[in-house]
Design a protein around this ligand. Sequence first.
Ligand code: NAD
Length: 262
Amino acid sequence: MDLGIAGKWALVGGASKGLGLGCAQALAREGVHVLMVARGAPALEAAAAELRSQVPAGTQVQALACDITTAAGREAIFAQHRDFDIIVTNAGGPPPGDFRSWDRDAWIAAVDANMLTPIELIKASIDGMAARGFGRIINITSSSVKAPIDILGLSNGARSGLTGFVAGLARSKIAAQGVTLNNLLPGAFDTDRLRATQAASAVKMGKSVDEVANSRRLAIPAQRFGTAEEFGQICAFLCSMQAGYLTGQNILLDGGAYPGTF
Ligand code: NAD
């Protein structure tokens, strides 16, 4: 299927690896010009260089190493390219832990990274998208928004704030101006982040990493973890011309792990 978005410009956060990289790859392979952002230059440059060899002729794949959660990082992004048609908001998730040990600074860091950064990126872009009559905003959040995970209280809280904000904005007059906003909620995807949380759980539970990974995998109806590639392809579809009537939704990608009917 031709997604009809070749030649558009996309900003993808957290794009050097994992889910962000999957999104950047799927979009660029459709001929979307992509600005990939992550903090570490070497991994980012390597990912961008590999992707450049896989995209249609004329597709630009740019890389910018910066911290997207800071004002300076966002200024650098918009200095490099001003008008994005597609924005995939994504940065690292907050650390797990017990809420009794989180002070105000820990909460502010989580809210900054996982709520206010996406809102700042939306604020800087959405009126331009509306004026041009096309925009797609995808926020990578978490299945923890729908089914909270006890040790991920910072994520449950900060991402729920973003979810409420986006629900209202998606249904504002922006909806009649060609701009959609949706959230993608990953369950368990095989990325560095998943491997790091499994390693932490293994230490806590006195088990091997393989034991922890296997019991998590077997608890998923699909009996496997998701891949960044399939995550990216669903993101690209949500950014497509065909998805213009799909807005304000929270789309769970979890291999059936969430046990509810809705
Ligand atoms: P990952 O650790 O594999 O990749 C994270 C990427 O974000 C890297 O490219 C890293 O450089 C970049 N990054 C981190 N902080 C940044 C910052 N401040 N500025 C710019 N770039 C930054 O993680 P992932 O598994 O791809 O997860 C992506 C998001 O999805 C995270 O917020 C994570 O919490 C969430 N999530 C992931 C899973 C999963 O199973 N993988 C499940 C639920 C939620």
